[in-house]
Design a protein around this ligand. Structure first.
Ligand code: CTP
Length: 403
């Protein structure tokens, strides 16, 4: 999954021949999961039609402050457009528009929107080689970068004039990769590794039966996604779960039993910065697993159980720099029990959910948590979707880890 997935991208197109390439650019953004709106300067319509761009972006294309043809939508609000965007990209950016952006000129919708935008702004210059080298253009480029606008440099090659040199707009795929890399490099967990356990474990009784629990894995998978969205490389060790995950930063490791989860967790732990153990690991397993299916010949069946290895406690015992987070699902005396676990298992933080709270715990789409850190600071959160809870958990970890 691209870091652009779910992002709102406002593409400003100006009147350069490279405008014809913006059809591919819009397609690539849409393919990466972004939502796209397009604003064109009036002159850019000579190079590519608004119909092409509105069809590809699945949104109306705006180029003037008001639509004479549509009496229901007279006013194209540049402030709304500017505030809507997570990212604004001006591509191709001509010398004329770059100069106007640098000097605060506001004589078309694109420029008014640029001045209203609060999001990061990228621009991909495109012009003839002598225009690109002109001191006036260089001054515009420098000025825009001093505003923290990000330049996607032009490349060298054959230009529309027939001359060969610098001034070609970067290729659409390179523009997309540039923006993706730029976003990634600024993510707070870039370069960090996160280990997660999620879901239930199944402890075999015989070849067809097992002891399990109702954990769905939803919470752990949501945390994996939240951590990956912050730029972390995530190792998600999961017991049997129907949850799906699609993110290029998440490596899924499927296990079945507590013993397998223990081995997998220990395989990766020494190499990670953060470990979050949200799995509902079985506390007991059958002491002897029958090799053949157990027949129901007797009226009762006694299965002797023995304790599984406590993965969390075992990691707490060997941890060095890792930030270790456990979960506690309690029914009574919640805070005291959770603090006890935090200390006993040598954790940096524990996430408490109480089964007393409606909407918290297994299988639901919501959760209500309290986070307690190793200094015994407590922070209680409202009932939220598991996706939102996952973001809260990651934010609390971010506040406490060494950068
Ligand atoms: N955990 C683990 N390995 C186990 C059991 C639990 O890693 N074999 C982890 C869980 O992933 C969770 C935390 O430990 O992060 C839960 O703590 P635990 O002591 O298992 O809670 P309870 O089972 O509720 O303990 P108790 O029965 O003592 O309340």
């Amino acid at each position: 999954m691209s870091v652009l997935s779910g992002k709102k991208i406002l593409l400003g197109i100006t009147a350069g021949i490279a405008a014809y390439k913006t059809a591919s650019l819009v397609r690539l953004f849409i393919k990466s999961g972004a939502e796209v709106k397009v604003i064109m300067t009036p002159a850019s319509k000579d190079f590519i039609t608004p119909l092409t761009l509105s069809t590809l972006s699945k949104n109306p294309v705006h180029s003037t402050f008001y639509n004479k043809e549509d009496e229901n939508e007279l006013w194209n609000n540049h402030v709304d457009l500017g505030l809507w965007a997570d990212i604004m990209l001006v591509a191709p950016a001509t010398a004329n528009t770059l100069s106007k952006m640098a000097n605060g000129t506001c004589d078309n919708l694109l420029l008014a929107t640029y001045l209203s935008a609060k999001c990061p702004v990228y621009f991909a210059p495109a012009m003839d080689l002598d225009m690109y080298k002109h001191p006036s253009t260089i001054e515009s480029l420098e000025k825009l970068q001093s505003f923290k606008n990000v330049m996607i440099p032009a490349t060298s090659g054959e230009l529309a004039s027939g001359l060969v040199g610098e001034g070609r707009m970067a290729e659409p795929q390179d523009i997309v990769s540039f923006i993706e890399n730029e976003i990634l490099s600024k993510l707070p967990l870039k370069g960090k590794k996160v280990l997660l356990t999620a879901g239930p474990t199944y402890e075999a009784i015989d070849p067809v039966r097992f002891i399990g629990n109702h954990s769905s894995g939803k919470m752990g998978f949501a945390i994996a996604k939240a951590a990956a969205n912050l730029g972390a490389e995530v190792i998600l060790i999961t017991g049997p779960s129907h949850q799906k995950v699609q993110h290029s930063f998440i490596k899924r490791v499927d296990v079945t039993s507590a013993e397998e989860m223990y081995t997998a967790a220990h395989t990766y732990f020494s190499d990670v910065d953060i470990a979050i153990l949200s799995a509902a690991v079985a506390d007991f397993k059958p002491k002897n697993v029958a090799h053949q299916k157990i027949k129901k010949k007797d009226a009762t069946l006694t299965i002797e159980l023995e304790k599984t290895k406590d993965i969390l406690a075992s990691l707490g015992a060997i941890k060095k720099e890792q930030f270790l987070v456990g979960f506690a699902l309690e029914t009574n005396n919640e805070i005291v029990n959770a603090k006890g676990k935090l200390e006993r298992k040598n954790l940096d933080a524990i996430v408490l959910n109480s089964l007393q709270d409606k909407g918290a715990g297994f299988a639901t789409d919501t959760n209500k948590i309290t986070i307690i850190d190793k200094n015994l600071n407590e922070k209680a959160f409202q009932l939220k979707s598991k996706a939102a809870v996952a973001v809260d958990i990651m934010n609390e970890i971010l506040l406490r880890i060494k950068k």
